[in-house]
Design a protein around this ligand. Structure first.
Ligand code: FES
Length: 119
């Protein structure tokens, strides 16, 4: 059964890069605003349990398979865990270095000015 949890008033997430961290049913989650949309991510780093969503948002450096070509994805949609620097894409929950690693994400709905996490 799907449940919906109120997270914040949408005015608290009015700018890209803003976030709200709260607790639902004993589990901390964060809702980020990025590129006009909202993304909910568990505030739990799969490395050693750090408070992932308290970290900075950044872009991501990428390299070609042979390592000779470098590129920088400047879209600041990667949250960097403040404990040891593991990085996750807030739009998918996946690690940009190895997509087998991911943190839980949740759907987000906005209704009448309230942002909800859905799971
Ligand atoms: S606990 Fe997050 S990088 Fe180690």
């Amino acid at each position: 059964m799907t449940e919906r949890y109120p997270i914040a008033d949408a005015t608290e997430l009015s700018e890209d890069g803003s976030r709200v961290i709260t607790e639902i049913r004993g589990q901390e989650i964060a809702v980020f605003r990025h590129d006009g949309d909202y993304y909910a991510v568990a505030n739990y780093c799969i490395h050693q349990g750090g408070p992932l969503c308290e970290g900075a948002l950044s872009g991501q450096m990428t390299t070609s398979e042979d390592g000779w070509d470098w590129d920088y994805d400047g879209e600041e949609k990667y949250v960097v865990c403040p404990w040891h620097g593991w990085k996750f894409d807030i739009t998918s929950g996946r690690s940009p270095k190895d997509e087998r690693y991911a943190v839980p994400t949740y759907d987000v709905e906005v209704e009448d000015g309230t942002v909800y996490a859905v799971r």
